[in-house]
Design a protein around this ligand. Sequence first.
Ligand code: C5P
Length: 232
Amino acid sequence: MQVTEKECPVITLDGPGGAGKGTVSLKVAETLGWHLLDSGALYRLVGLAAEHHGVALDNEASLGVLAQHLDVQFLADSAAGGVCVVLEGEDVTQTLRTERVGKLASLVAALPQVREALLMRQRAFCEPPGLVCDGRDMGTVVFPQAPLKIFLTASADERARRRFEQLREKGITASLSDLKNDIMERDARDMQRATAPLKPAEDALQLDTTCMSITEVVDLILAEASRRGLVS
Ligand code: C5P
């Protein structure tokens, strides 16, 4: 069945790492009862699968094939923060969120064949009653017709601080300055790549969340969705 725009409105959230996209998307999707696409998880899965299969991170053709045939399941699991991710039969939910896998993701994400392979998989998440998706190119490439596009940013210092806190809550120690360097390196790679670089869509609403709480950001997006007639 072809899902029309009216049956499946899409809210896109793009922006650099640590801007709050993941948490905000989850809360907006939960409030609206819509589906959620964490597109970064797909790139992280390709990076991890490449590692498992010993595929070099510059072997674009093989990585494209790997991305096309990813054997992955997203299972509802309230204990794992909503979703349990299973790659080739193995629960990789925790591993996926590590900085190491984030770096692998940003390397494979620069390759056009990988992006092309993941395009249809991402669009397939669009099912009624609606979709909230987060990533780097949701509003520019994957869902360019989305009726509400948000671009979230925050200062690099604040984003590093948020990552630091997230890790600390999980009992993982990290260096704040290392995290900031990693974030800036990843931002530069995401913004400078030739295919689907990180940038706001022309019609995106840009929000600097440095001094905003999650609740403030979520409420603002919900109000905008309502103002645009996406929710009753
Ligand atoms: O959002 P997350 O940190 O999980 O993304 C990991 C990496 O995947 C990003 O740094 C980026 O390189 C890549 N990515 C992308 N396009 C997306 C989502 C993520 O290039 N739509």
